[in-house]
Every structure is written in structure tokens, then in C-alpha cells.
Design a protein around this ligand. Sequence first.
Ligand code: FES
Ligand SMILES: [Fe+2]
Length: 332
Amino acid sequence: MSERGGGEAYWQAVALSTDIGRRPKRVLCDGAPVVLFRSAQGIAALFDRCPHRLVELSTGRIIGGEIECPYHGWRYDGEGRCTAIPGHVGAMPHYRVRRYAAIERDGVVFISSGSPTSEPYLHCMQGKDVIVRRVRSSTQSTVIDAAENILDATHTHFTHKGLLRGLTSKRHLVRVEVTGGKGWVEACYTGEDRQQGLISRLLEGERAKTIGRFRHPGIAELEYWGRDGLVLATTFHLRQADKHTVEGIGWLIGRRQGLLGEMKALAFKPLFNVALHQDRRVLKSASDNARLPPQALPVIGPLDFLRRDIAAIMDGKMPAAASEARVHEIEL
Ligand code: FES
Ligand SMILES: [Fe+2]
């Protein structure tokens, strides 16, 4: 999940801190079950399978910072060491469950199958004085399709008509500059008209630029900039939970502007959820339909600026935009 052949170990966001209370929490990463719980040493992540009879540890209890298997009561500490076999007399044999590195930052739990040497990347406004709301989502899709969906400006006219775009089909010529580097690619849109959708009218003033960015391993972020600074931003950490499900842990970010900022942030979350629902519907339709024969590869159209670069980054390769910036003009 977090170490590719020869690649560097990295952190993967898997849950909100509030998801992990007194009960263990099971999450899937590329199909592998992981149990999260609060151990004596802090947040712990173990492979969610008791080595004894392979039962899900996440269906057991937490006792004194250790997880107890519900079948025969074997216990494991935060390091995955078996510490108790009820009924056994004498020296403890050494059994262990595979453990993952786990840390909590800013209300989010990150795990890694390696030993990352750096702190996890959180969100695009990290360290700035902003208002954040944390969100979680689950979508029937793949990470590349879900990331592209977040960053794709051209679907908003159709999928989010009225919400992110106006009801008219009027378009404006917009400049798009695509740049990139190791592990990231971004598209910067300038020359956009004031957006007429409900969300934009409620929350934004004049739009100066919009940036859509992808980061390794599956992070999609959007920044909306007005004349005097950031207006809104989102950073979503996506992961392939199982073959057909993408789970996202994200931050919704707004500028701190006293009470008005708080009110806007409150309004943003439900509206954002409506947009999310609309996206989930199209992504599910695509996912269901793609499985039907005959097999087909999706077309990468002239406006799909980031698709190949995202695929390269996910593959651990340098995106094409890193060696040469590209400029497009489109009607948005
Ligand atoms: S299966 Fe877990 S203790 Fe027996
Ligand atoms: Fe969308």
C-alpha cells in the first residue's frame, strides 16, 4: 500500500481521528484489511487477521491498549506482538501480527507499510491561518478516475449544472497552464468569468485563478483564488480500498474571516456534499458500465490535460509536464 518496488515509503491517509474511539476500526488498503486502534503507545495499525484462525481482530475488543481476538481471546499489543493466550500455562510462544507504521496529524490517521522518514503531507494550506472541515467519502471507482474527476473542470457544466456552474451554457475562453515536477502535476486556469453556480455565488467573489493539482500517491486538490487571496480549497487523499471502491479523506479549507468565514464554512459542507453525490453517481455509472463486455479503454480527449501525467505519477514515474510546461486555451 505504501511502498512500491524500490520506491520510497510514504504515508497514506486512512481514517479520521474521530473514527477511532473505544472500538477498533477496520479499513481496507488495496484490498488488505488493516485494524486501527488506540494502544498504550498511541495509534496502532495491524493487519486485521488473527494469526491463530484468521479471524478479524477488528471484531474484538480493546483491553488496556491491546486488541483481543473475539475467538479464543489471544491479545496483541500496538506492535503486533501476541501478549496473551488465555488458558496457556508456561512460557509465551512468540507470535505476531504484521504491523504498519501509524500516526495522527491534524485529525487524520495515516499509515505506511514502510518507514517513511518525512511527515505526511496534509493539505494545500498547511501552516496557514485557515478554517478547515474534515470529510470522508466512499465512491465506486478507481483512484485515477476519482482524482481526475475532482480536477476536471469540464464536467461541471453537465454533472453540476446550477451548483458549480450557471444554468446557461455560456462559456468563456480560459488559459490553462500545466506544470509538474517529481510526484505532482497541476493545471492553473486563468481568465475565468465570475462563476454563476450556486456554490460560487454564495461563497466567492471574483475568481482570479483556479488550480487543480495531483500529488503522489493519490492526492487531488483544488484551490480557488480571488483578487485578494485564497477563497476556497480542498485536498482529498484517495486510496483504492478494494478493486471497485475508492475511499477519500479530505480537508475543506476556507479563509478565516471571523463570523462570515465560519458561516461560509458551514454552508460549504452541505453544498459540497451535493456535488460529491453528483460525482459519485457518474463515477458509479462509469464503473458499472466499464465492467460489461467488450472491454474498452477510455479515450483521453483533448481537454483531459492531466490524465497521462496522473497515470505516470501513480506509476512512480516523472510526469511529462515536469520537463515541459504546456499551455492550452479552452472554452470553459
Ligand atoms: S482465532 Fe484469534 S484467538 Fe483463535
Ligand atoms: Fe465533480
